[in-house]
Design a protein around this ligand. Structure first.
Ligand SMILES: Nc1nc2c(ncn2[C@@H]2O[C@H](COP(=O)(O)OP(=O)(O)OP(=O)(O)O)[C@@H](O)[C@H]2O)c(=O)[nH]1
Ligand SMILES: [Mg+2]
Length: 469
């Protein structure tokens, strides 16, 4: 009896699997909504039938899922209960914005169907860690290969509007540049003065974000988490003349303001950027990148181009080639990356195809490179938490596809929000045309029902399907 039990335990252990799934996207892309829905769908999977595209759910292999304590005790817990509480409020509300990395762990029990596992007629468990982290952190990767001088020069070009598409930035940067002009970087360092200018620089980065721009560097300045006020987040680019080797032509005294900025920049690279890749990123097995294409379409050309740049930048983190920065830091593990255009319920179902092709274009260039490195990639559109219902509206004689939902101001409306361009739009697209994508509040859902969604099952199939066979 005892031996049988031991054999069973052994078999069970060898069938169990672990997977670390990372969820990222730029601010407001829909990360919290996605994780909340993913956890909710899995917790309800044994009793509800709303995941037809998720093979193990369709085949009734999923026995159930429960939350268990996470193993990484240094990272805050993803607050699933709070998110559900807010979605169940009267009227329902979207979960609060989140600002830092967090994680949650699920144990998913299933009946394996294939090969040896089937013969053993055992059940197995997939331990799934889901990690939520800001996509902005991935925008800092190129810093690792830059000196303070190089970084300063590249940022200055943006601040002064010398790079294509940087007009909006340069307008927002005007005041800060005036302040910088009064800063004598070769004089002995004055910490308070540096802190003051760094604060003004951070305000400028926030102004960029508020204006719909996503590509801000250093990324941690706008999402400081517990590092708020720390000197490692107090530096800024300066205008410096360099020689052919990229070294400043002026002699830099160790006590100068310039030396202080440079050493903080180097510290930021080491303690923040490098540490994130080594401590977090290197542990991920799979990645989903959430992209809100609709908000930049609403905001205009600059915002869209900026988002496009940020996505290409973000893709660099999946370049595992021989000469990549990442290769020097750790050996790659990620084998699947899913790109998902979120909030698909903001447009009519006939526009979902366009959402996917637009997203494919956004990631196209880097896509080719990544698939070359052997990572499996896919683009889909989804709504983690569906807030509208598809329907029809009458415009004179013609019947049009429409969506119906309740706005954040509690007004129920039926509308056709517009067409999503299937390709990267040209500047002219915004002239006259414009997009009007409304925000809707979540639907009222009975407490015992899983959250309504669009294609969460497809995402689950891509990300977990092969681990639950
Ligand atoms: N209609 C609809 N709106 C969504 C959906 N997912 C997210 N949203 C909207 O997008 C907003 C941002 O979603 P979050 O999930 O908080 O996004 P996030 O990426 O976690 O944002 P930060 O934590 O601020 O970076 C929500 O408050 C909703 O208004 C969805 O599936 N459908
Ligand atoms: Mg969030």
């Amino acid at each position: 009896m005892k031996i049988k039990q031991e054999v069973n335990d052994f078999v069970k252990r060898s069938l169990d699997r672990h997977l670390r799934l990372a969820v990222t996207g730029l601010s407001r892309a829909g990360k919290t909504a996605f994780i909340t829905s993913l956890v909710n769908q899995l917790l309800n999977s044994s009793t509800q039938d709303n995941l037809p595209l998720f093979e193990s759910s369709r085949n009734k292999q999923l026995l159930g899922a429960k939350r268990i304590p996470q193993t990484n005790l240094m990272v805050p817990r993803f607050d699933y209960d709070l998110a559900i509480e807010q979605l169940n409020a009267t009227p329902p509300q979207w979960p609060e914005p989140t600002r830092d990395v967090s994680e949650i762990r699920l144990a998913i029990r299933f009946t394996p169907k294939k090969g040896a596992r089937r013969l053993l007629k055992s059940t197995a468990t997939l331990y799934l860690d889901i990690v939520d982290y800001p996509g902005e952190w991935l925008l800092d990767l190129p810093l690792l290969d830059m000196s303070f001088e190089e970084w300063s020069q590249s940022q200055m070009q943006l601040l002064k509007g010398e790079k294509a598409g940087s007009e909006l930035r340069s307008t927002l940067a005007k005041q800060w540049l005036v302040k910088l002009n009064h800063f004598d970087m070769f004089a002995p360092a004055n910490e308070n003065r540096v802190a003051e200018l760094a604060k003004a620089y951070t305000d400028y980065l926030h102004a960029c974000k508020d204006a719909g721009l996503h590509w801000v560097q250093p990324g941690r300045f706008v999402l400081p988490g517990e590092l708020i006020g720390a000197p490692v987040l107090q530096f800024f680019p300066v205008e410096i003349e360099t020689d052919d080797n990229g070294k400043p032509v002026t002699e830099i005294k160790r006590s100068s303001g310039y030396a202080m900025l440079r050493s903080r920049f180097n510290e930021y690279k080491k303690k923040i950027v490098k540490a994130f890749y080594q401590e977090h990123f290197s542990t991920f097995d799979r990645q989903i990148v959430l992209v809100d294409c609709l908000q930049p379409l609403n905001s205009g050309y600059d915002s869209f181009m900026d988002m496009s740049g940020a996505i290409s930048q973000l893709m660099q983190s999946f370049k595992y080639g021989r000469n990549s920065i990442l290769k020097r830091l750790f050996s790659a593990k990620i084998d699947k990356v899913l790109f998902a255009a979120t909030k698909a319920d903001h447009v009519t179902p006939d526009q979902h195809v366009n959402m996917v092709s637009l997203l494919q274009q956004l990631v196209h260039e880097a896509w080719q490179h990544v698939s070359y490195e052997g990572i499996d990639m896919e683009c889909i559109s989804l709504a983690s938490i569906q807030a509208t219902m598809p329907g029809y509206a009458q415009a004179g004689e013609t019947t049009l596809q429409a969506i119906k939902g309740t706005t954040l101001a509690e007004e129920t409306i039926t509308l056709f929000p517009g067409e999503v361009p299937p390709k990267l739009p040209q500047r002219e697209y915004w002239q006259g045309n414009g997009f009007e994508f409304y925000q809707f509040r979540p639907l009222v859902i009975p407490h015992d029902q899983a959250l309504p969604h669009i294609r969460m099952d497809k995402a689950l199939q891509f990300l977990l399907g092969d681990k639950l066979r």
